[in-house]
Design a protein around this ligand. Structure first.
Ligand SMILES: NC(=O)c1ccc[n+]([C@@H]2O[C@H](COP(=O)([O-])OP(=O)(O)OC[C@H]3O[C@@H](n4cnc5c(N)ncnc54)[C@H](OP(=O)(O)O)[C@@H]3O)[C@@H](O)[C@H]2O)c1
Length: 487
């Protein structure tokens, strides 16, 4: 594996991870492979230990076997390296509601801290159902798991609530146990290389940045499209839908990266303030505006009848009103963006997987020497340096040269989102995590859409699998004289 510059520069860190839900899917598919990446890069070496905890009564040896087995799915390294890595892992059977188990966990953590000289640094990772986030945080505090000399950082997976009220309640419970500065709320899109590079790209391309406002931008489009359906996650999806699962968090954060003021800001505090201010300026929607500005859809069978409709999926109600597709027009009440529609969409069973930002300039942009109506596309899943397109052509081959990757942002392999976020957690860098103030604004906005939809019967299913979503999604833009760039 080639290592990115970041990985080469970092020094070994000391920490003890306690992973709640250590036997689960997220831990095995994302966390352990990411920790292994950091181990191979030398970022984690001798001074780290990982306690996996969950109810099932596994032994340390069995736990380690499951880790090596999951690593083999992603890496071709010698098994010896994987086994060496796995020696840092320990298992503690634990029910999150049982106070006595936290004492056992505390004792094990203290022992491992001494054994691995982890400098009393603790990372508590919630890879567990959201309903347990509050109870775990409270017990970590009340049962005295927190160390005095090192740091104690709490990592929370999504979803952070299911509406503003539940997010407030959850945040209240967590805040009783951890100060906001020690809370790391994961939105894994913020760990993606392209999203992290956007401030760099903006700050290093003055003409592009000069054009990023309502004088020169016609509209901005954010698309997160998946070709798969809900697969085996029907049960979860029935409690969520794409509005909560993708728009409230990932799409909003991507919009935040492209639309926040002052991309050159370096301090986490300033970057978060810019994003918080942006989200606070979201133009609220009346119920009637929800009807005109947002579209919901649910997939049907495909043309040949081989793919199931959403309502036929396992653990999905036959008359489910859960949306698998959403498109919408978001607007901000700021001097910079007033009048510029941000069209966003995300859906399942679309023709292809796509994650992209399309910035559509108007004709006035010619004043800046940029061709009228130019479209700049940022591909979020970077695979190489082809990830900025100008009118569909790689920026390096385009006749226009107002935008390119700054040198320090050149594409590097090995920077996987979760690994990158874990480095940030170990370094105490909260830039790529979401703050409570941001979530409060985005939930408030999403709630207004949800409330309107919940009060009206949906005409589902309304798009065929393998298509671009319901027709209303095209009309949403046509009404404004615009059209989707990725079509
Ligand atoms: N999987 C993903 O790709 C993904 C992506 C984004 C976010 N997330 C979030 O990550 C979290 C975990 O998801 P997951 O997919 O990994 O779920 P999962 O596979 O069902 O894992 C849940 C874990 O929680 C443990 N657990 C359940 N009840 C418990 C209890 N009462 N006490 C102690 N441990 C208990 C389970 O083990 P036992 O049954 O042995 O107790 C298991 O280890 C969720 O919040 C999810 O929303 C997951």
């Amino acid at each position: 594996m080639m290592l990115s510059k970041e990985f080469k520069m970092v020094k070994e860190k000391s920490a003890n991870f306690i992973i709640f839900g250590g036997s689960g899917d997220l831990a095995h598919r994302k966390l352990y492979p990411s920790l292994f990446r950091l181990y191979k890069a030398g970022y984690l070496k001798d001074h780290f230990a990982v306690i996996g905890t969950a109810r099932r009564p596994w032994s340390d040896d069995y736990f380690r076997e499951t880790i090596v087995a999951s690593l083999k799915e992603y890496f071709t390294d010698d098994e010896k390296i994987m086994s060496e890595f796995a020696k840092h892992f320990f298992y503690q059977s634990h029910d999150v509601n049982d106070s006595a188990h936290y004492i056992a966990l505390k004792n094990l953590a203290a022992k491992l801290n001494d054994q691995f000289e982890a400098e009393n640094n603790r990372v508590y990772y919630m890879a567990i159902a959201p309903k347990f986030f509050g109870v775990v945080a409270e017990h970590i505090n009340s049962e005295g798991l927190k160390t005095k000399d090192g740091y104690n950082r709490l990592v929370i997976e999504k979803p952070f609530g299911r509406d503003l009220d539940s997010a407030c309640e959850l945040n209240g419970n967590i805040a009783k146990a951890f100060p906001e500065d020690d809370i790391y709320r994961i939105d894994h899109y913020l760990g993606k290389e392209m999203i992290q590079d956007i401030p760099n790209i903006r700050a290093n391309n003055p003409k592009f940045e000069e054009a990023l406002n309502n004088k020169y931008v016609s509209n901005i489009q954010v698309t997160l499209a998946e070709s798969l359906g809900v697969e085996d996650r029907g049960g979860y999806y029935e409690t969520s839908g794409v509005l909560r699962d993708m728009i409230q968090n990932h799409i909003m954060q991507i919009v935040g990266a492209i639309a926040s003021d002052d991309p050159a800001a370096k301090r986490a505090k300033d970057i978060h303030k810019n994003k918080t201010d942006l989200f606070a300026s979201l133009k609220n929607l009346t119920p009637e505006q929800v009807d005109t500005n947002f579209v919901r859809g649910q997939y049907d069978i495909d043309e040949s009848g081989t793919e199931k409709a959403y309502r036929q999926e396992d653990n999905v109600a036959e008359d489910s009103e859960i949306e698998t597709y959403t498109a919408g027009k978001i607007e901000f009440d700021t001097e910079r963006w007033d009048g510029v529609p941000f069209y966003v969409r995300s859906g399942k069973r679309m023709p292809n997987k796509a994650s992209r930002i399309d910035i559509v300039f108007n004709d006035k942009v010619a004043e800046l020497g940029i061709n009228a109506n130019t479209v700049v596309t940022l591909l979020i899943e970077r695979t190489n340096n082809q990830s900025i397109l100008i009118n569909g052509v790689n920026y390096a081959e385009s006749a226009q040269d107002f935008i390119k990757f700054p040198e320090e942002a050149e594409f590097t392999t090995g920077r996987e989102a979760y690994a990158s976020l874990i480095i940030d957690i170990l370094s105490g860098n909260r830039v790529h995590f979401t703050l409570w103030d941001e979530l409060r604004s985005t939930w408030k906005y999403i709630d207004s859409i949800r409330e309107r939809w919940d009060s009206q019967k949906a005409d589902f299913p309304n798009y065929m699998s393998g298509t671009m979503g319901p027709d209303a999604s095209e009309m949403l833009l046509e009404r404004d004289g615009n059209s989707w760039i990725w079509d």
